[in-house]
Design a protein. Structure first.
Length: 382
């Protein structure tokens, strides 16, 4: 019986291991007569992402017309460049398990990380991976549906995906949320959740890879220790620490912080060469800047002078966002540390009927994998 519709109830999002062209399971056993393949689900290297709120994906094929004298219409429309495949999704922060699965470098626990959050992207150990959107039969929850009752499960795969932006935000009255943007080389549509090939392609000739994968049963929550028991983090457990030695203006110790947005854009340039149908690599464009925007209600003002900042701009700041467990204030669930940051702007706003507000913007450049004084550093529960 055909579906009438698909809603969020029946979908789950997964991310594969790096590299995208590598194996996606731990064991492999040929079936009887070599006609089927059985994979051990417990050793699948494809992991489910948790607390997904939105997921959007698309592909765009660019064609070039081939014209000639004597004929008005093009005699052909040829694909010269590889298609643009995109995926963006957002999720609620409950712990840092999603960040860990996506290849960000996370220090487990409450101690501040000393390794850049994107060190794995910089040294290519965790940069490229495949993504899978599982769709279960209409009227069923994806969570808890066993593989044996897969029915008319379908999977949409995004192959050779690399993250192009990472942002996390929090505000009064809303859950802390993270948004990820991905660009890939290929998209495929398959039936069933096992025995299919990964969506990755060989960048040289564009041929699909014959690597099998299997999607595990979707679960409600994952994480270690306390991370298993928390559905979502709360705005009341967020502490945003700013230096009290800003050049002038707002008193950061007394202002009422309303929201923050921490964002990192990883612009990438596809590198192509003759003989390749696809870009054989998508290299990050440097320098990379990570920014933090903080909006707050103004209370007290500090004395100062912008001219002093212009005369001596040697000071750097280390703003941090710490989110504690809602059930145990001694446990740090997530901490984002921006090292080597500079204050770029203070924007004040006031009008009749509203509280006076200020927006502070900080930025820092990403350093190399060994740089411990610049960039974004993340620690917490995974």
């Amino acid at each position: 019986m055909p579906r009438n519709r698909i809603i969020y109830q029946s979908e789950a999002l997964y991310a594969g291991p790096a590299p995208a062209t590598g194996l996606h399971y731990g064991t492999f056993t040929p079936g009887i007569g070599g006609n089927s393949n059985v994979m051990n689900e417990s050793t699948s290297l494809v992991k489910q992402l948790q607390r997904i709120q939105t997921a959007n994906y698309s592909f765009n094929v660019e064609r070039t017309d081939v014209n000639q004298y004597g004929q008005l219409a093009a005699i052909d429309r040829v694909i010269l460049n590889s298609p643009t495949v995109s995926l963006d999704f957002s999720y609620l922060l409950g712990n840092l398990s999603n960040e860990n699965i996506l290849g960000l470098t996370i220090a487990s626990g409450s101690s501040d990380s000393t390794v850049s959050a994107i060190s794995g992207f910089l040294n290519k150990t965790s940069d490229e991976r495949n993504y899978f959107i599982r769709t279960t039969p209409e009227g069923t929850d994806a969570v808890g549906l066993t593989s044996s009752s897969s029915g008319d499960n379908g999977v949409i795969g995004i192959g050779n995906g690399t993250i192009t932006s990472y942002s996390t935000e929090g505000s009064v009255g809303n859950f802390p949320t993270t948004t990820i943007n991905v660009e890939g080389l290929n998209m495929n549509f398959q039936k069933g959740i096992s025995g299919n090939f990964v969506p990755a392609v060989n960048p040289v000739n564009g041929s699909p890879l014959q690597n099998y994968y299997q999607l595990s049963q979707a679960t409600q929550n994952v994480g270690v220790g306390i991370g298993n028991t928390i559905s979502a983090l709360r705005p009341g457990d967020i502490t945003l620490s700013l230096s009290d030695s800003l050049a002038s203006g707002v008193d950061v110790n007394s202002m009422n912080i309303q929201s923050y947005t921490l964002s990192l854009d990883l612009g990438r340039t596809p590198i192509q060469r003759l003989g390749n149908k696809f870009a054989f690599t998508r290299e990050i464009d440097f320098p990379l800047t990570v920014s933090l925007s903080v909006e707050a209600q103004v209370t007290e003002m500090n004395a100062g002078n912008l001219a002093t900042l212009v005369a001596d701009d040697s000071a750097t700041y280390t703003p941090s966002i710490t989110i504690k467990s809602p059930t145990d204030s001694t446990v740090t669930m997530a901490k984002f540390l921006l090292k080597g940051a500079k204050l770029d702007s203070q924007e004040y706003s006031t009008d009749i009927g509203s509280n006076k507000s200020v927006t502070l913007t900080f930025s820092s450049q990403i350093g190399g994998p060994q740089d411990t004084t610049n960039g974004l550093f993340i620690n917490g529960q995974i």
